[in-house]
Design a protein around this ligand. Sequence first.
Ligand SMILES: NC(=O)c1ccc[n+]([C@@H]2O[C@H](COP(=O)([O-])OP(=O)(O)OC[C@H]3O[C@@H](n4cnc5c(N)ncnc54)[C@H](OP(=O)(O)O)[C@@H]3O)[C@@H](O)[C@H]2O)c1
Length: 301
Amino acid sequence: MRVAVTGARGRLGHAIVQALEDAPFSGPAGPTAWARDAFDLDTPDLIATRLDRDRPEVVVHAAAWTDVDGCALDPGLAMQRNALATGVLATACAGRGIDLLVVSTNEVFDGTRADGPPYESTAPRSPANPYGASKAEGERLAELAFAARPGAALGIARTAWLFGRPGHDYPSRILDAAVRARQVGEPLRLVDDEWGTPTYIADVADAVVELLAEDAVAGVHHLINAGLTSRAGWARDALERGGLEVDTVDVPSSTWERPSRPPRWGVLAPTPLPSREPMRSWQAAMADYAPSLLRALGGRV
Ligand SMILES: NC(=O)c1ccc[n+]([C@@H]2O[C@H](COP(=O)([O-])OP(=O)(O)OC[C@H]3O[C@@H](n4cnc5c(N)ncnc54)[C@H](OP(=O)(O)O)[C@@H]3O)[C@@H](O)[C@H]2O)c1
């Protein structure tokens, strides 16, 4: 099966390419890694030529403008990159009978529900910030494109709170902040009213490979590790794994001034994979990631 991956130099895109390289169904040539020079979200019309040249049977669309605060400051550009470009890609794929898996986010939901249950894959989209709105519109445009040209399969794979190599993620930022807080003798402030599921990039990549291998791309998938926690809970897990002792204080997210307001309750209900094996707990995934996380921290602990 010829698979192309957009955003192939991004954190998730790169992990998906790596996982596909080990998948027998990718064939000897392996996956086609499309970085920005192959599919630029600012010039999406060029994708038609690229599709005709590389002739993938499936495209995994992991490229996106993921700077949520940047999106809040320029919602028009967010729509262009995350919604319209996805729509152009989907139209080009549907017209050629190419399956498409669009990577999306828990931020398509506003996170205002306070009654406890997670968001099911069937729940109506209700984005609360420009990043979420642009991703939700990307989903909608992809659905319209495939409804207009039935034949190939469209999948939407939502995930959340990604962590993993090469870092630059929430656990790395927390450990860096803890080192700084200890140096200046101040408590580390942790947000305790934002909830979600930390999810390991490598596990999402494996889940995507499973969907492709089992010809189960179609539909809306929630690919997240098992369990849930608050930002503060996740931070404490990382601090413990790092053996970093620092005073902490819980604060509401409203104490942080930022252009984008993340969902308070960003919890997705996981969808079953073809194997029916649930994804492992986020803590088990953090345990796997910890050695690389701590190496990146170097001798600063
Ligand atoms: N990070 C999370 O916690 C999270 C949570 C839920 C869903 N997601 C979704 O997961 C997917 C991958 O996210 P990630 O965390 O791997 O993000 P990332 O590391 O920022 O990767 C995004 C990729 O998109 C590419 N890109 C950005 N702007 C582009 C443009 N104008 N034209 C072409 N390519 C462009 C980047 O290219 P360069 O390498 O050239 O910059 C990069 O390869 C996205 O769809 C995101 O919405 C992420």
